[in-house]
Design a protein around this ligand. Structure first.
Ligand code: SF4
Ligand code: SF4
Length: 331
């Protein structure tokens, strides 16, 4: 496997010196029995989080390759309007079913590749943050796995970083378009775009809205794009209909697959589910991942190497897993 040659990776003294006293896994709630809201960990204002110095190290590192990049996620002109449209004076009325259908049709015709709707849960909102809206519309934006697989980004080839930024920018445009469409009907809506974290974590919302299931590598796996997609979202008070979570066979597959655990250069991916804020789930060791992630300008090996992410594989894999499950249930 291509990344195994990095397996003896050791973080440099410069990064080790930036670690705070508290482990990122403790901040993240690893081992915590109680369900609770997440604590801001990374991709926030670096002066407000314990691991802010490491985040600044990432920015400095990214800056070194900036002259080689075709696209970065700070290219504001590629991220859609900087402010959302004013609310239309008149609030239009329709049924929740119709609003949901119309939003999905609009999103899929305006740069979104995946869309799901669910009710916001309090446990998704970061401590110290507030979200008044009841609904979240999650937008998925496909990435070209062949570009990702050229990573991790480095002097000789920054294609994978360009691809990630390009799709984050499309995700920003797509979510702002959805938010503005809702606002044009007189209903409040906010676009929430990456790569910076916002007020709430999007991964559980994506799973709850049926977009896919959590993979061992800590990213959502979808039955069309595998893990090769990025998320953005829109929150709104417009009454909608929630989609349902879907079992597409990811858990069964991950239980027996070790591609990401074997490939991750700093050996950061736990082979078994962990207790995190009251829930058993796949989990990535933050303290092990982040130095490599920082050194390689966002790594992404686990997403690119995941079998589900290979072009055309996910639809076949999900069918295979579900068929196998059905067969077992008949025995
Ligand atoms: S590489 Fe394998 S174990 Fe890791 S997330 Fe993908 S399917 Fe699951
Ligand atoms: S992103 Fe983190 S978990 Fe994934 S392969 Fe890289 S170092 Fe490992």
């Amino acid at each position: 496997m291509k990344a195994t040659k990095y397996r003896d990776y050791q973080p440099g003294e410069d990064q080790l010196a930036l670690f705070p006293d508290i482990s990122g896994n403790t901040v993240n709630g690893l081992g915590q029995k109680l369900r609770k809201r997440p604590t801001p960990l990374y991709w926030f204002d670096p002066d407000t989080i314990p691991h802010g110095k490491l985040q600044k190290y990432f920015y400095e590192n990214a800056g070194k390759l900036a002259h080689l990049r075709k696209e970065t996620s700070i290219d504001q002109h590629k991220r859609g309007p900087t402010t959302l449209a004013d609310l239309a004076a008149e609030k239009q009325e329709d049924t929740p079913e119709n609003w949901s259908r119309r939003i999905k049709e609009f999103a899929l015709a305006n740069e979104s590749d995946l869309i799901g709707i669910t009710r916001i849960k309090d446990e998704w909102i970061y401590e110290g943050h507030e979200v008044d809206d009841k609904w979240i519309i999650v937008v998925g934006i496909a990435m070209d796995q062949r570009e990702l697989a050229k990573g991790p980004p480095r002097e000789e080839d920054v294609s994978s970083a360009d691809e990630v930024s390009k799709q984050y920018n499309r995700a920003a445009r797509a979510s702002k378009a959805v938010a503005n469409w809702i606002r044009s009907k007189g209903w409040p809506a906010d676009a929430r775009t990456g790569p910076m974290a916002g007020d709430l974590i999007m991964i559980p919302a994506a799973i709850e809205s049926g977009m896919g299931q959590l993979g061992k590598h800590g990213s959502v796996i979808n039955d069309v794009y595998g893990a090769s997609f990025r998320l953005a979202s829109v929150t709104t008070s417009l009454p909608l209909v929630a989609d349902s979570p879907r079992d597409i066979g990811v858990d069964d597959f991950c239980s027996h697959c070790q591609v990401c655990t074997n490939t991750c250069p700093p050996d950061a991916i736990f082979p078994e589910k962990q207790l995190v804020r009251g829930e058993m789930k796949w989990y990535v060791n933050f303290d092990k991942c982040i130095p490599y992630f920082n050194d390689t300008l966002a790594c992404g090996i686990c997403i690119a190497e995941c079998p589900w992410s290979l072009p055309g594989v996910a639809p076949r894999l999900t069918q295979k897993m579900l068929r196998r499950r059905e067969k077992k249930s008949r025995l």
